[in-house]
Design a protein around this ligand. Structure first.
Ligand code: NI
Length: 176
């Protein structure tokens, strides 16, 4: 297994729309090797998920921790199931050492194929729904900084010191 280089914000591959993987190719050594290398890379950098374009391969494949296990999603389709939004502080291995608050649909349906080519069809809520949406956005060239509340953007050191800026105003009001 190899640790792959992670593309950083500004690399054009992060802005491309990735191509689907033909289902009959999922079992090939190339795809299986990519999955193994992405798993190794995600753990090396302690990420919650990783999309293939982040390792310079523009195909519709993501790997992520979901429902307490590592999952592979190939050619995923997301359908929002509610207008209700959930706000989460997100980070991304391709936007190193930053955090920001992002509002996303709180409940989704996820349809995809797994690493064996078998169908995945799940309804997900809250954090699980957020992680899937973040990773799948990468397949369409979208980064969380495109969707975030930009007034909450913070460097990781400052985020750790001060907390999320969307709650800071509330906390300061309480302390007065
Ligand atoms: Ni990301």
């Amino acid at each position: 297994m190899a640790i792959l280089k992670v593309a950083q914000l500004g690399h054009p591959i992060l802005r491309q729309v990735a191509v689907p993987i033909p289902p009959e190719q999922i079992g090939t050594p190339e795809v299986q090797q990519l999955i193994a290398d992405m798993s190794h890379t995600m753990h090396e950098y302690d990420g919650a998920g990783l999309a293939a374009p982040q390792v310079h391969v523009s195909v519709r494949l993501v790997i992520l921790d979901l429902l307490d296990e590592e999952r592979v999603l190939i050619n995923p389709i997301i359908t929002p199931l509610t207008d209700e939004l959930v706000r989460t502080v997100e980070g991304c291995l391709s936007v190193a050492k930053m955090r920001a608050a992002v509002d996303r649909p709180a409940k989704i349906r996820l349809q995809a194929l797994d690493e064996r080519g078998e169908a995945v069809d799940l309804e997900l809520e809250d954090f699980d729904a957020v992680v899937v949406q973040h990773e799948c956005d990468h397949l369409d060239g979208i980064l969380y900084v495109d969707r975030c509340d930009t007034t909450t953007l913070a460097f990781l050191d400052e985020y750790r010191r001060w907390g999320s800026l969307d709650t800071l105003a509330e906390r300061m009001a309480e302390e007065e």
